[in-house]
Design a binder for this molecule. Structure first.
Ligand SMILES: O=C(O)C1=C[C@@H](OP(=O)(O)O)[C@@H](O)[C@H](O)C1
Ligand SMILES: C=C(OP(=O)(O)O)C(=O)O
Length: 449
């Protein structure tokens, strides 16, 4: 797969009312897991609606390198899995590009195998902390035979001398860490337990059960989840329809709210309650978001959203809500820039270890575009300007972060002056359709000159 050569800036400018219908591409979290679990299961898995973003394609390449057969026929992805316990040692380092999810979940998946696996990634991924996954894997006996300082990639794992199941309390709100431990448990004899004090997205639990893993979840009196998985069971191929990505939906959603006169429909949005914090917050801010045709598809709630431009008001977003909207804070900060009064976001410590330090990147981008904001250690306060008067005119440094790029392009659609981002190439990691979809609604976004 190609590495990105040079940065391509893009500019968004104040746009007429957005109108029309857009359909969301597949959810990134579910797409990664579909390739992984399908590649691991016995027999055939068929996937429709898969997100064909670069991050997910890297996961597909990794599964192929370990013995899965993956091909696209028509609009279906067809996988012949290896069978649980039967992954093969890859001949070359696994290159996960920009993807935290792909790399961290795969470390769990392969760590307990009796083989040597090397993980590499781009400049952004190579800065991100991997100790959060390596620590529990070490407890399970996995050998980290090489890693860059601070437990970073490139790193090399070798299987345990003796594998041991563990009970692990996840110390930060992270679905990636939870998932890595559960996946390591898949290939470990006995019962591996993950204790999750704060619930994060539950796609791993739901999907592993769907593939036939023996997994149970119990929530105790204090709301703490205990997830138990029995190792070395059989997984069977499944038919999966991937619902649309609510994190991607956040971009047209906020755009329609802040561009006056807009009225759009966003089709096929996953409404799993571990993912809907942005919608809850925007509703509290006074957003007009209507759920049209709510339905269940493949065990997940899905709906279409009708969104009309709205006069937003600042709110305080509680820390407990962070896991259900962790990737949506950059675009929420943009919505807050057009709201009346102050929006205060709490409990943002995890934003510092995403594709960029998102808290710093958002605060700098807002400041560069005339938005009054305060960055705290794990908080952000934004004082908005309804109508966007005097906002914009700045260039935003994206630091290889797709969500920073998309969020500030959305800002440019409603700000008085255009907003430029220094690079748009990373958008293809999670939402390759973004530019076409936004311009199709009437948004003025193009190459910067
Ligand atoms: O499990 C997943 O699919 C994801 C978990 C989250 O990361 P953390 O586990 O680091 O919070 C999220 O930010 C990421 O985009 C996808
Ligand atoms: C944090 C993200 O992804 P990842 O951790 O998979 O790189 C994201 O998509 O916003």
């Amino acid at each position: 797969m190609s590495h990105h050569g040079s940065a391509r800036p893009a500019t968004a400018s104040r746009s007429p009312a957005l109108n029309g219908r857009v359909r969301m591409p597949g959810d990134k979290s579910i797409s990664h897991r579909s390739f992984m679990f399908g590649g691991l299961a016995s027999g055939e898995t068929r996937i429709t609606g898969l997100l064909e973003g670069e991050d997910v394609m890297r996961t597909g390449e990794a599964m192929k390198a370990m013995g899965a057969a993956i091909e696209k026929r028509g609009n279906e992805w067809i996988i012949q899995g290896t069978g649980n316990g039967c992954l093969l040692e890859p001949a070359a380092p696994l290159d996960f590009g920009n993807a935290g999810t792909g790399s961290r979940l795969t470390m769990g998946l392969v760590g307990t195998y009796d083989m040597t696996t090397t993980f590499i990634g781009d400049a952004s991924l190579s800065k991100r902390p991997m100790g959060r996954v390596l620590d529990p894997l070490r407890e399970m006996g996995v050998q980290v035979i090489d890693a860059a300082p601070g437990d970073r990639m490139p790193l090399t794992l070798r299987g345990p001398r003796q594998a041991a199941p563990i009970a692990y309390r996840v110390p930060m709100a992270s679905a990636q860490v939870k998932s890595a431990v559960l996946l390591a448990g898949l290939n470990t004899p006995g019962v591996t337990t993950v204790i999750e004090p704060v619930m994060t997205r539950d796609h791993t639990e739901k999907m592993l059960k769907g593939f036939g893993a023996s997994l149970e979840v119990e929530t105790d009196r204090d709301g703490v989840r205990h997830i138990r998985i029995e190792g070395q069971g059989k997984l069977s191929g499944q038919v999966i329809a991937v619902p649309g990505d609510p994190s991607s939906a956040g971009f047209p959603l906020v755009a329609a709210l802040i561009v006056p006169g807009s009225d759009i429909i966003i089709e096929n949005v996953l409404m799993n309650p571990t993912r809907t914090g942005l919608i809850a917050t925007l509703l509290e801010m006074g957003a007009s978001i209507e759920l049209v045709n709510p339905r269940n598809a493949g065990g997940e709630d899905v709906a279409d959203l009708r969104v009309r431009s709205s006069e937003l008001k600042g709110v305080t977003v509680p820390a407990e809500r962070a896991p259900s909207m962790i990737d949506e804070y950059p675009v929420l900060a943009v919505a807050a820039s057009f709201a009346e009064g102050e929006t205060v976001m709490l409990g943002l410590e995890e934003l510092r270890v995403k594709e960029s330090d998102r808290l710093a990147a958002v605060a700098r981008g807002l400041a560069a575009n005339g938005v009054d904001c305060t960055e705290g250690k794990d908080t952000l306060a934004v004082r908005g300007v309804p109508g966007g008067k005097n906002l914009g005119g700045g260039t935003v440094t994206t630091h290889l972060d797709h969500r920073i790029a998309m969020s500030f392009l959305v800002m440019g659609l409603a700000a008085e002056k255009p907003v430029t981002v220094d690079d748009q190439t990373m958008i293809a990691t999670s939402f390759p359709e973004f530019m076409g979809l936004m311009t199709g609604l009437g948004g003025k976004i193009g190459e910067a000159d």
